[in-house]
Unconditional design. Structure first.
Length: 486
């Protein structure tokens, strides 16, 4: 069998994008989007990838920076399959092993954008970093050093500023990155002129990204390569759904990423799109999975096939969550339909126990806002979101302790419950009390929810009712009962 580089060749475009990170997500999301935009929109851009941590990836050089993105799933109710050879990666450099070549990118007149995905812990300020480091350890320090080199090389030219598009999953990622960069400007005494150039010639956009990327499909790699007709050590599997929300409308003309195969939105209000994702996608997960697991299901795909749990999902998302999103309802309903297709994707096996990690903080962030708004709009407790809180307490209800976890029981099976150690310790102690006291103590814990939930009229009694019913008839039977109640 041939190698990918024996069949395909990279395309030649100006390097317009520097990308901190060579991982699966960026390659199946950003680089895929750029590759399609080159083809459909005439973007005419290539990407220089910088490996931000020590280590090299020789597979890139061996394959001439070519790799395949295999999309598998559903779109608009039909199976979707796409194999795309990404040809827009111009070079891959290590910030450590190739430091000089990496820093020379600062001198490229064509460079316009910086993308990064250095994990949630990547955008941090570390005062131990120095300007003379080759390179500094922290990503914002690397970026500051790079931007300062560009500022000096082009003598502060206004048209040589760069636009930062971080995709790290933290609040206000662009503004947080800018805050760290400005802290290094001050620490390293880089001057007012450089600070002004960062403020006027450069931009730091908040962003929101959404695509499930599986990565290298190890178990199915041989079958994929047989289908493709070549070997690819960088094969990358992902779902068809994509969404990149970029909080700077002025960039859309220069970076036309929206295409027939990739969804990009340039807006001055990223928050409303984040709310939609958190409430509908994440909120559907968090409000469904704990009860569904107690009902005997193990994967999200199982939930979509189970008529009883699917009824819960349909009624809760369309009846209780979608109406609370601050976007036109038609947009939110369309997004919810796309979320359901993603949940049904047979190529993504998402374990309910994986989603269950840290469910207390997840319920607070993902479900409680919808609960509040639904109650405010309707004047009553939302049936399913209230039930989901009882299901959470039922899932956590145990006195058995494991190593850095609690041990829950599903029939004759056991499962691990992972959350903050202090929360688990208190819940285990309360679980030894009668059900009424367990529910009261958990709902009254303000550090769990950000407020005392027992003060919400009628909530404690209804959660206790659901909790005791789950114990009496089982989660599956109780979900079925609720599905029949209007």
């Amino acid at each position: 069998m041939k190698e990918i580089q024996e069949i395909y060749s990279p395309e030649s475009h100006p390097v317009r994008i520097m990308q901190f990170g060579e991982g699966n997500f960026l390659r199946a999301f950003v680089d895929y989007a750029v590759d399609v935009a080159n083809e459909e929109n005439g973007l005419d851009a290539s990407v220089a990838i910088v490996i931000p941590i020590a280590g090299e990836r020789p597979q890139f050089a061996a394959q001439k920076n070519l790799y395949t993105v295999c999309l598998r799933g559903q779109q608009e109710g039909a199976p979707y399959k796409e194999n795309r050879v990404v040809k827009c990666v111009d070079r891959v450099l290590s910030a450590y092993a190739d430091y000089d070549a990496y820093m020379q990118l600062a001198e490229l007149a064509s460079l316009r954008f910086v993308v990064s995905n250095t994990t949630e812990a990547g955008i941090v300020y570390d005062p131990a970093c120095a300007l003379a480091d080759k390179p500094p350890k922290a990503f914002p320090a690397k970026l500051t050093q790079f931007l300062y080199a560009r500022f000096r090389h082009f003598a502060g030219a206004a048209d040589k500023g760069l636009h930062m598009l971080p995709v790290e999953l933290i609040e206000n990622n662009g503004q947080e990155l800018k805050r760290c960069v400005l802290a290094y400007v001050k620490l390293w005494n880089l001057g007012a002129d450089f600070a002004a150039w960062l403020d006027t010639a450069c931009s730091f956009a908040d962003t929101l990204v959404d695509r499930i990327v599986v990565g290298y499909p190890r178990a199915e790699a041989a079958a994929y390569e047989e289908e493709l007709g070549y070997r690819d050590a960088l094969l990358n599997q992902a779902e068809p759904f994509s969404l990149w929300v970029i909080g700077n409308p002025a960039l859309e003309k220069e970076l036309p990423l929206a295409s027939s195969k990739f969804h990009a939105i340039f807006t001055d209000d990223v928050v409303k799109y984040k709310e939609r994702k958190v409430r509908i996608l994440n909120g559907a997960h968090t409000s469904m999975v704990l009860g569904a697991y107690l009902a005997g299901l193990d994967y999200v795909g199982d939930c979509m096939k189970d008529p009883i749990v699917r009824t819960q999902l349909d009624q809760s998302v369309y009846g209780e969550i979608v109406p609370t999103v601050h976007l036109p309802e038609a947009e939110s309903r369309a997004f919810a339909a796309a979320v359901f297709e993603r949940f049904e994707n047979p190529f993504v096996h998402h374990a309910l126990l994986s989603i269950s990690l840290n469910s207390i903080s997840k319920w607070r962030a993902r479900v409680l806002p919808s609960f509040r708004d639904s109650r405010k709009h309707t004047g009553r407790l939302p049936k399913w979101l209230t039930y989901s809180l009882a299901a959470l307490l039922a899932f956590y209800h145990t006195t058995d302790r494991g190593e850095n976890c609690l041990i829950g029981h599903r029939g004759t099976e056991t499962y691990e419950i992972h959350d903050d150690a202090d929360k688990l310790e208190r819940l285990a102690a309360w679980a030894a009390l009668p059900a009424k006291d367990y529910v009261h103590n958990a709902l009254a814990a303000e550090d769990f929810w950000g407020e005392d939930l027992t003060e919400i009229d009628g909530l404690e009694a209804k959660v206790l009712e659901h909790f005791e019913r789950i114990a009496a008839v089982g989660a599956k039977a109780h979900i079925e009962e609720l599905g029949k109640v209007s």
